[in-house]
Ligand binder design. Structure first.
Ligand SMILES: NC(=O)c1ccc[n+]([C@@H]2O[C@H](COP(=O)([O-])OP(=O)(O)OC[C@H]3O[C@@H](n4cnc5c(N)ncnc54)[C@H](OP(=O)(O)O)[C@@H]3O)[C@@H](O)[C@H]2O)c1
Length: 276
Protein backbone atom coordinates (compact mmCIF):
# COMPACT_ATOMS: atom_id res chain seq x y z
CA UNK A 1 0.00 0.00 0.00
CA UNK A 2 1.50 3.29 -1.11
CA UNK A 3 1.70 6.36 1.15
CA UNK A 4 2.76 9.68 -0.38
CA UNK A 5 4.36 12.44 1.68
CA UNK A 6 4.25 15.99 0.34
CA UNK A 7 7.22 17.59 2.12
CA UNK A 8 10.12 15.41 3.19
CA UNK A 9 11.43 17.36 6.18
CA UNK A 10 11.85 16.49 9.85
CA UNK A 11 8.35 15.25 10.54
CA UNK A 12 8.05 13.19 7.34
CA UNK A 13 11.45 11.61 8.04
CA UNK A 14 10.40 10.73 11.60
CA UNK A 15 7.07 9.23 10.49
CA UNK A 16 8.57 7.19 7.63
CA UNK A 17 11.40 6.05 9.92
CA UNK A 18 8.85 4.91 12.53
CA UNK A 19 6.72 3.10 9.96
CA UNK A 20 9.73 1.34 8.41
CA UNK A 21 10.89 0.32 11.90
CA UNK A 22 7.43 -1.21 12.43
CA UNK A 23 7.70 -3.26 9.25
CA UNK A 24 6.34 -1.16 6.37
CA UNK A 25 8.67 -1.61 3.39
CA UNK A 26 10.51 1.53 2.23
CA UNK A 27 9.19 1.02 -1.29
CA UNK A 28 5.67 1.79 0.05
CA UNK A 29 6.68 5.46 0.36
CA UNK A 30 6.77 8.26 -2.18
CA UNK A 31 8.09 11.61 -1.02
CA UNK A 32 7.69 14.91 -2.85
CA UNK A 33 10.55 17.14 -1.67
CA UNK A 34 11.75 20.17 -3.67
CA UNK A 35 15.11 20.50 -1.92
CA UNK A 36 17.81 18.41 -3.69
CA UNK A 37 19.89 18.35 -0.51
CA UNK A 38 16.96 17.02 1.53
CA UNK A 39 16.23 14.41 -1.19
CA UNK A 40 19.84 13.26 -0.89
CA UNK A 41 19.40 12.87 2.87
CA UNK A 42 16.18 10.91 2.37
CA UNK A 43 17.80 8.68 -0.28
CA UNK A 44 20.62 7.85 2.14
CA UNK A 45 18.16 6.96 4.91
CA UNK A 46 15.45 5.25 2.78
CA UNK A 47 17.18 3.97 -0.40
CA UNK A 48 14.09 2.13 -1.70
CA UNK A 49 11.63 5.03 -1.29
CA UNK A 50 10.54 6.93 -4.40
CA UNK A 51 11.69 10.56 -4.22
CA UNK A 52 10.22 13.25 -6.45
CA UNK A 53 11.13 16.94 -6.80
CA UNK A 54 7.54 18.09 -7.47
CA UNK A 55 3.97 16.86 -7.21
CA UNK A 56 2.85 15.18 -10.44
CA UNK A 57 0.26 12.56 -11.36
CA UNK A 58 2.73 9.77 -10.56
CA UNK A 59 3.17 11.09 -7.03
CA UNK A 60 -0.40 10.26 -6.05
CA UNK A 61 -1.59 7.58 -8.53
CA UNK A 62 -2.43 4.40 -6.60
CA UNK A 63 -1.65 6.06 -3.27
CA UNK A 64 -3.94 5.22 -0.32
CA UNK A 65 -2.94 8.23 1.77
CA UNK A 66 -1.31 11.57 1.00
CA UNK A 67 0.35 13.10 4.04
CA UNK A 68 0.76 16.87 3.83
CA UNK A 69 3.93 17.50 5.85
CA UNK A 70 4.98 20.97 4.75
CA UNK A 71 5.18 24.06 6.97
CA UNK A 72 1.85 25.86 7.38
CA UNK A 73 3.06 28.78 5.26
CA UNK A 74 3.83 26.37 2.36
CA UNK A 75 0.52 24.51 2.62
CA UNK A 76 -1.50 26.59 0.17
CA UNK A 77 1.16 26.19 -2.53
CA UNK A 78 1.52 22.45 -1.84
CA UNK A 79 -2.27 21.92 -1.91
CA UNK A 80 -2.68 23.88 -5.15
CA UNK A 81 0.04 21.73 -6.76
CA UNK A 82 -1.74 18.57 -5.59
CA UNK A 83 -5.24 19.68 -6.65
CA UNK A 84 -5.07 18.87 -10.43
CA UNK A 85 -4.03 15.25 -9.70
CA UNK A 86 -6.73 14.40 -7.18
CA UNK A 87 -9.65 13.93 -9.56
CA UNK A 88 -7.83 11.08 -11.36
CA UNK A 89 -6.60 9.47 -8.14
CA UNK A 90 -9.63 7.73 -6.64
CA UNK A 91 -9.84 6.16 -3.20
CA UNK A 92 -7.24 8.24 -1.43
CA UNK A 93 -7.49 10.27 1.74
CA UNK A 94 -5.48 13.30 2.87
CA UNK A 95 -3.75 13.57 6.24
CA UNK A 96 -2.51 17.04 7.20
CA UNK A 97 -0.15 17.55 10.14
CA UNK A 98 0.36 21.30 9.65
CA UNK A 99 -0.35 23.45 12.68
CA UNK A 100 -3.32 25.77 12.30
CA UNK A 101 -4.46 24.88 8.77
CA UNK A 102 -8.17 24.05 8.90
CA UNK A 103 -9.89 21.37 6.86
CA UNK A 104 -12.22 23.89 5.22
CA UNK A 105 -9.29 25.96 3.90
CA UNK A 106 -7.45 22.87 2.71
CA UNK A 107 -10.61 21.54 1.00
CA UNK A 108 -10.98 24.91 -0.71
CA UNK A 109 -7.42 24.78 -2.06
CA UNK A 110 -7.71 21.11 -3.09
CA UNK A 111 -11.00 21.76 -4.88
CA UNK A 112 -12.11 18.07 -4.80
CA UNK A 113 -14.36 16.30 -2.30
CA UNK A 114 -11.54 14.23 -0.80
CA UNK A 115 -11.66 12.93 2.80
CA UNK A 116 -9.35 15.04 4.99
CA UNK A 117 -7.96 13.91 8.33
CA UNK A 118 -6.29 16.59 10.41
CA UNK A 119 -3.65 15.97 13.05
CA UNK A 120 -1.61 18.04 15.47
CA UNK A 121 1.62 16.35 16.62
CA UNK A 122 4.21 17.79 19.01
CA UNK A 123 8.00 17.89 18.78
CA UNK A 124 8.76 14.68 20.76
CA UNK A 125 7.16 12.98 17.74
CA UNK A 126 10.54 13.51 16.10
CA UNK A 127 11.94 10.81 18.43
CA UNK A 128 8.82 8.61 18.48
CA UNK A 129 7.62 10.00 21.84
CA UNK A 130 5.00 12.49 20.72
CA UNK A 131 1.30 12.75 21.34
CA UNK A 132 -0.84 13.68 18.36
CA UNK A 133 -4.39 14.98 18.31
CA UNK A 134 -6.43 13.54 15.45
CA UNK A 135 -9.70 14.75 13.96
CA UNK A 136 -11.58 12.92 11.22
CA UNK A 137 -14.98 14.05 9.92
CA UNK A 138 -17.73 11.46 9.31
CA UNK A 139 -16.86 11.28 5.56
CA UNK A 140 -13.58 9.51 6.43
CA UNK A 141 -13.88 5.73 6.01
CA UNK A 142 -12.77 3.38 8.79
CA UNK A 143 -9.85 1.97 6.74
CA UNK A 144 -8.64 5.50 5.85
CA UNK A 145 -8.77 6.50 9.50
CA UNK A 146 -6.94 3.32 10.54
CA UNK A 147 -4.14 4.00 8.05
CA UNK A 148 -3.79 7.63 9.19
CA UNK A 149 -3.70 6.47 12.83
CA UNK A 150 -1.01 3.91 11.96
CA UNK A 151 1.11 6.66 10.36
CA UNK A 152 0.73 8.92 13.41
CA UNK A 153 1.32 6.12 15.93
CA UNK A 154 4.76 5.74 14.37
CA UNK A 155 5.52 9.02 16.19
CA UNK A 156 4.00 8.13 19.56
CA UNK A 157 0.53 8.23 21.09
CA UNK A 158 -2.61 9.36 19.26
CA UNK A 159 -5.64 10.97 20.89
CA UNK A 160 -8.81 11.34 18.83
CA UNK A 161 -11.02 14.42 19.20
CA UNK A 162 -14.62 14.68 17.96
CA UNK A 163 -14.55 18.36 16.91
CA UNK A 164 -11.95 20.07 14.76
CA UNK A 165 -11.88 23.07 17.12
CA UNK A 166 -10.50 20.75 19.83
CA UNK A 167 -7.25 20.63 17.85
CA UNK A 168 -6.67 24.23 19.02
CA UNK A 169 -6.96 22.90 22.58
CA UNK A 170 -4.54 20.09 21.70
CA UNK A 171 -2.14 22.74 20.38
CA UNK A 172 -2.36 24.68 23.66
CA UNK A 173 -1.86 21.60 25.85
CA UNK A 174 0.49 19.18 24.06
CA UNK A 175 1.59 21.10 20.94
CA UNK A 176 3.11 23.93 22.99
CA UNK A 177 3.45 21.63 26.01
CA UNK A 178 7.09 20.58 25.59
CA UNK A 179 8.05 24.26 25.96
CA UNK A 180 6.22 24.43 29.31
CA UNK A 181 8.21 21.43 30.50
CA UNK A 182 11.46 23.04 29.31
CA UNK A 183 10.41 26.21 31.18
CA UNK A 184 9.97 24.22 34.39
CA UNK A 185 13.35 22.54 33.83
CA UNK A 186 14.97 25.96 33.29
CA UNK A 187 13.51 27.17 36.60
CA UNK A 188 14.61 24.04 38.53
CA UNK A 189 18.08 24.28 37.06
CA UNK A 190 18.33 27.96 37.97
CA UNK A 191 17.25 27.25 41.54
CA UNK A 192 19.77 24.41 41.87
CA UNK A 193 22.54 26.74 40.63
CA UNK A 194 21.45 29.45 43.11
CA UNK A 195 21.68 26.82 45.85
CA UNK A 196 25.30 26.12 44.95
CA UNK A 197 25.37 23.37 42.30
CA UNK A 198 27.61 23.63 39.25
CA UNK A 199 25.83 23.86 35.85
CA UNK A 200 26.07 20.19 34.85
CA UNK A 201 24.89 18.93 38.24
CA UNK A 202 22.08 21.50 38.38
CA UNK A 203 20.79 20.24 35.01
CA UNK A 204 21.21 16.61 36.02
CA UNK A 205 19.18 17.20 39.18
CA UNK A 206 16.40 18.95 37.22
CA UNK A 207 16.18 16.32 34.44
CA UNK A 208 16.36 13.28 36.71
CA UNK A 209 13.78 14.71 39.10
CA UNK A 210 11.38 15.38 36.25
CA UNK A 211 11.83 12.04 34.47
CA UNK A 212 11.72 10.11 37.77
CA UNK A 213 8.50 11.84 38.84
CA UNK A 214 6.87 11.17 35.44
CA UNK A 215 7.88 7.49 35.59
CA UNK A 216 6.49 7.23 39.12
CA UNK A 217 3.20 8.92 38.13
CA UNK A 218 2.82 6.64 35.09
CA UNK A 219 3.49 3.56 37.20
CA UNK A 220 0.85 4.62 39.74
CA UNK A 221 -2.94 4.51 39.51
CA UNK A 222 -3.19 7.65 41.68
CA UNK A 223 -3.89 11.16 40.40
CA UNK A 224 -1.00 13.67 40.50
CA UNK A 225 -2.72 15.57 43.34
CA UNK A 226 -2.71 12.40 45.49
CA UNK A 227 0.92 11.65 44.66
CA UNK A 228 1.80 15.22 45.62
CA UNK A 229 -0.08 14.92 48.93
CA UNK A 230 1.81 11.68 49.64
CA UNK A 231 5.17 13.47 49.50
CA UNK A 232 3.97 16.60 51.35
CA UNK A 233 4.30 16.00 55.07
CA UNK A 234 2.94 18.52 57.55
CA UNK A 235 5.50 21.14 58.48
CA UNK A 236 8.01 19.72 56.02
CA UNK A 237 10.10 21.04 53.17
CA UNK A 238 7.73 20.15 50.29
CA UNK A 239 4.83 21.83 52.08
CA UNK A 240 6.87 25.03 52.39
CA UNK A 241 7.91 24.87 48.73
CA UNK A 242 4.39 24.28 47.42
CA UNK A 243 3.01 27.04 49.70
CA UNK A 244 5.50 29.49 48.19
CA UNK A 245 4.49 28.42 44.67
CA UNK A 246 0.76 28.69 45.53
CA UNK A 247 1.33 32.17 47.00
CA UNK A 248 2.96 33.18 43.72
CA UNK A 249 -0.02 31.79 41.76
CA UNK A 250 2.09 29.29 39.82
CA UNK A 251 -0.67 26.73 39.21
CA UNK A 252 -3.22 29.33 38.11
CA UNK A 253 -0.59 30.90 35.84
CA UNK A 254 0.10 27.54 34.14
CA UNK A 255 -3.63 26.96 33.54
CA UNK A 256 -3.96 30.49 32.13
CA UNK A 257 -0.85 30.00 29.98
CA UNK A 258 -2.15 26.78 28.39
CA UNK A 259 -5.50 28.46 27.65
CA UNK A 260 -3.73 31.49 26.15
CA UNK A 261 -1.79 29.16 23.81
CA UNK A 262 -5.04 27.44 22.74
CA UNK A 263 -6.57 30.86 22.06
CA UNK A 264 -3.55 31.80 19.93
CA UNK A 265 -3.94 28.55 17.95
CA UNK A 266 -7.51 29.58 17.14
CA UNK A 267 -6.37 33.07 16.08
CA UNK A 268 -3.63 31.63 13.85
CA UNK A 269 -6.17 29.28 12.23
CA UNK A 270 -8.40 32.30 11.51
CA UNK A 271 -5.43 34.19 10.04
CA UNK A 272 -4.42 31.31 7.71
CA UNK A 273 -8.04 30.94 6.63
CA UNK A 274 -8.41 34.60 5.76
CA UNK A 275 -5.41 34.16 3.42
CA UNK A 276 -7.36 31.56 1.38
N1 LIG B 1 8.58 19.39 13.72
C1 LIG B 1 7.67 19.25 14.67
O1 LIG B 1 7.95 18.87 15.79
C2 LIG B 1 6.19 19.50 14.42
C3 LIG B 1 5.28 19.47 15.47
C4 LIG B 1 3.93 19.70 15.20
C5 LIG B 1 3.51 19.94 13.91
N2 LIG B 1 4.43 19.96 12.91
C6 LIG B 1 3.95 20.25 11.58
O2 LIG B 1 4.54 19.36 10.65
C7 LIG B 1 4.74 20.06 9.42
C8 LIG B 1 6.13 19.74 8.93
O3 LIG B 1 7.10 20.18 9.89
P1 LIG B 1 8.63 19.82 9.73
O4 LIG B 1 9.25 20.16 11.03
O5 LIG B 1 8.76 18.46 9.17
O6 LIG B 1 9.05 20.91 8.63
P2 LIG B 1 10.32 20.90 7.65
O7 LIG B 1 11.42 20.09 8.25
O8 LIG B 1 10.55 22.30 7.23
O9 LIG B 1 9.78 20.05 6.40
C9 LIG B 1 8.95 20.57 5.41
C10 LIG B 1 9.56 20.15 4.07
O10 LIG B 1 8.62 20.43 3.04
C11 LIG B 1 9.32 20.98 1.93
N3 LIG B 1 8.39 21.77 1.11
C12 LIG B 1 8.15 23.11 1.16
N4 LIG B 1 7.24 23.45 0.23
C13 LIG B 1 6.87 22.30 -0.41
C14 LIG B 1 5.96 22.03 -1.47
N5 LIG B 1 5.22 22.98 -2.01
N6 LIG B 1 5.83 20.75 -1.87
C15 LIG B 1 6.57 19.76 -1.30
N7 LIG B 1 7.46 19.99 -0.30
C16 LIG B 1 7.60 21.25 0.15
C17 LIG B 1 10.37 21.81 2.58
O11 LIG B 1 11.40 22.07 1.64
P3 LIG B 1 12.21 23.50 1.77
O12 LIG B 1 12.97 23.40 3.03
O13 LIG B 1 13.03 23.51 0.52
O14 LIG B 1 11.15 24.56 1.83
C18 LIG B 1 10.83 20.93 3.73
O15 LIG B 1 11.84 20.02 3.34
C19 LIG B 1 4.52 21.54 9.70
O16 LIG B 1 3.32 21.97 9.12
C20 LIG B 1 4.42 21.65 11.18
O17 LIG B 1 3.43 22.59 11.58
C21 LIG B 1 5.76 19.76 13.13
Amino acid sequence: MTITFIGGGNMATALIGGLVARGRPERDFRVVEPSAEQRRRLAARFPAAVLLPATDAGAVAGSALVVLAVKPQSMREAALALAPHLAAASGLAILTIAAGIRRADLAHWLGSPVPIIRAMPNTPALIGKGITGLYAAPDVAADELALAAEVLEAAGEVIRVDRESMLDAITGVSGSGPAYVFYFLEACEEAARDLGFAGADARRLAYATFSGAIALAQASAEAPAVLRAQVTSKGGTTERGIAAMDAAGVKAAIVAGVKAAAQRAQELGDAFGSGA
